[in-house]
Ligand binder design. Structure first.
Ligand SMILES: Cc1cc2nc3c(=O)[nH]c(=O)nc-3n(C[C@H](O)[C@H](O)[C@H](O)COP(=O)(O)OP(=O)(O)OC[C@H]3O[C@@H](n4cnc5c(N)ncnc54)[C@H](O)[C@@H]3O)c2cc1C
Length: 566
């Protein structure tokens, strides 16, 4: 008989997920958990069953832009994939965006929502992108208390009814840049009726199928820079279903997230409404960015978990050199390293969700609110890097099959690669972390939190691992505070500084969970993950860092050497 390799299979995405279930057992009160679990079970079943199978089956179907109808009218219609149509319905019915706005779970609504996103994301072709922006738009409109826009849009954005629900876009990036948005060229011009019309080009607009968007434009006459920009609300179609002064120039041909239509747009007189005055638009859109960065972090851990579930199953089916891969010590060691990174990332992200939930429920202390502002970019930038590294290792765990398209595996890596790029690149967020630390003095709050988390450990080795997290953050604080440090050297070290904080907080959160799991579940797996993660290292500030060397290496410029004195 010729040999045919058994493909990997997914077990039930919720029942099989020890890390998620253990977290919920620790962090959610009994009544909230009992109430939430049926929805998580149902979504888990879909995610590892029908949705996953269909996603792989429809692997080659991509969205299409239909620019003209048969009779020559410009229509700019996007045909989305079957998975997207299904995902839209499921997301509404499950309340993935709605849950935090319904008031039912109080401060636990965000961790619960994170669990829903986490189960939903890897089987729905990046439909989480429009959902994230929809959540962000609802939060932004609410936080600006713009009653007219709230009445018009919020109930639709958070609706559980697919026939009335809206999604939202977030249009910031222009040809001039996505990080440096103060160069935005879009102009807002008053028309004869006193309304605003937008003129410009948006260079990356994902989820172009959305019914509305929040976008930046410079009201005519405003000065340069980010203060001269304003935040605008617009609907993509008028009451007759015609485009609202928008032309879809083309869809981007992207490395990954290929099922997500990302367009280049011309705004040619799009009717728009200011959300929060006629200036300070970048500040005004901050609530949107905080929410989408939190979603990004959840998607990062979700992708890691999916890859691991597939690789773990495959290792039990694939034989090499006379034994199953699941019995080969080196293969096990390799997967264990990825698992440890994932578990640490998981607990950081859920910790972020807890802070967000507490803030929105109005029960966060001032210190927690400050911490949230710091932890949101930390979680996004730290998990964004981890998920790409994990996806690469996961593909390798399948050997050649990991590189072959119709296994569905390569998408794991391609789709992961966007997570460190959009919603703020690693460097841009690292600089944001520096700003937050300087402006809000949040390092003591972080240190206090890490101390409290690692202080729960009674197991000797866990305590030691926790101590290494605390020591790393103390060293980072000292590094930043060293008198007279060259500001350029601080800027050059921003990424290493931020990753040190992010990884240390990951370790502390994992240590706390590991001790709980030992005590309440008699389970040593989280402990093993914490010890392994600690061995990977959390302090990244030690190495490198000299500016002259960095310039010479990055630009490949000459670098002299000092003559040894004889
Ligand atoms: C698939 C996809 C979908 C997207 N969808 C949307 C969308 O819906 N809406 C939207 O508004 N945007 C969207 N974007 C755009 C995205 O948010 C930006 O591409 C991203 O923020 C980076 O901006 P940029 O492309 O201008 O890169 P740049 O800012 O030019 O960055 C280039 C490099 O320079 C680094 N860098 C930049 N500034 C600094 C600095 N001061 N110090 C050190 N390093 C620095 C960056 O880290 C990066 O490595 C999407 C992008 C992708 C890939």
């Amino acid at each position: 008989m010729a040999f045919f390799q058994d493909p990997p299979r997914l077990a039930h995405a919720f029942h099989d997920d020890r890390v998620l279930r253990s977290y919920l057992a620790r962090a959610l009160p009994e009544d909230a958990r009992r109430e939430a679990i049926p929805a998580l079970e149902a979504l888990g079943e879909l995610a590892s069953g029908e949705l996953f199978e269909r996603m792989v089956e429809h692997r080659a179907i991509e969205p299409r832009l239909i620019t003209w109808d048969a009779w020559g009218h410009r229509v700019d219609r996007i045909e989305v994939t079957p998975t997207w149509k299904e995902a839209r319905r499921i997301a509404c019915e499950v309340g993935i965006v709605g849950t935090p706005y319904e008031g039912k779970f109080g401060e636990h609504a965000r961790p619960l929502q994170a669990a829903l996103i986490y189960l939903f994301h890897p089987s729905t072709d990046t439909y989480t992108c429009p959902l994230a922006m929809t959540d962000g738009a609802a939060r932004t409109l609410l936080s600006h208390r713009n009653t007219a826009l709230i009445d018009r849009a919020v109930a639709r954005l958070v609706s559980r009814r697919p026939d009335e629900a809206w999604t939202s876009g977030q249009w910031m990036t222009e040809r001039t840049g996505g990080s440096d948005v103060e160069q935005t060229e879009t102009i807002a011009r008053k028309d004869e009726s006193g309304g605003y019309r937008l003129y410009g080009t948006k260079w990356f607009t994902s989820a172009i199928t959305s019914e509305m968007a929040l976008t930046l434009a410079r009201p005519e006459g405003n000065g340069p820079g980010s203060r001269g920009l304003a935040l605008f609300y617009l609907e993509t179609r008028d009451e007759h279903g015609r485009p609202n002064g928008l032309l879809v120039n083309r869809l981007k041909d992207k490395l990954g997230t290929r099922k997500l239509p990302t367009a280049e747009l011309t705004l040619d007189g799009a009717l728009a409404t200011p959300v929060a005055g006629l200036s300070d638009g970048v500040r005004a859109i901050a609530p949107m960015l905080n929410i989408t960065r939190y979603w990004n972090s959840v998607c990062a851990i979700s992708g890691m978990r999916r890859g691991l579930a597939l690789a773990r199953d495959y290792a039990r089916r694939r034989r090499a050199f006379g034994a199953l891969l699941s019995e080969r010590p080196l293969h096990l060691d390799t997967l264990a390293d990825v698992q440890a990174e994932y578990e640490a990332a998981f607990h950081l992200v859920l910790f972020t969700a807890e802070l967000l939930g507490r803030e929105e429920a109005g029960v966060a202390t001032d210190e927690e609110t400050r911490l949230l502002r710091l932890v949101t970019p930390l979680a996004k930038l730290t998990t964004g890097k981890q998920t790409v590294a994990a996806a690469s290792e996961i593909l390798e765990a399948f050997g050649g099959a990991g590189y072959v398209e119709d296994t569905g595996l390569p998408a794991l890596l391609r789709d992961a690669q966007v997570l460190p790029i959009w919603e703020g690149t690693t460097n841009v967020l690292s600089l944001d972390v520096l700003r937050v630390v300087a402006k809000e003095g949040s390092l003591p709050a972080l240190l206090g939190k890490i101390e409290a988390l690692v202080g729960t450990a009674r197991d000797g080795e866990l305590s030691e691992a926790g101590a290494s997290a605390l020591a790393a953050v103390r060293r980072a604080a000292a590094w930043l505070g060293e008198g007279g440090r060259d500001p350029l050297a601080v800027e050059a070290g921003a990424r290493r500084f931020a990753l040190t904080l992010g990884r240390s907080l990951e370790l502390a959160a994992l240590v706390r969970h590991a001790q709980w799991s030992i005590d309440h579940e008699r389970d040593g797996r989280a402990r093993a993950a914490a010890l392994r993660f600690a061995r990977h290292g959390v302090d990244l500030l030690g190495a490198g860092g000299d500016l002259a060397g960095a310039r010479a290496l990055a630009n490949d410029e000459a670098l002299g050497v000092e003559q040894e004195r004889g």
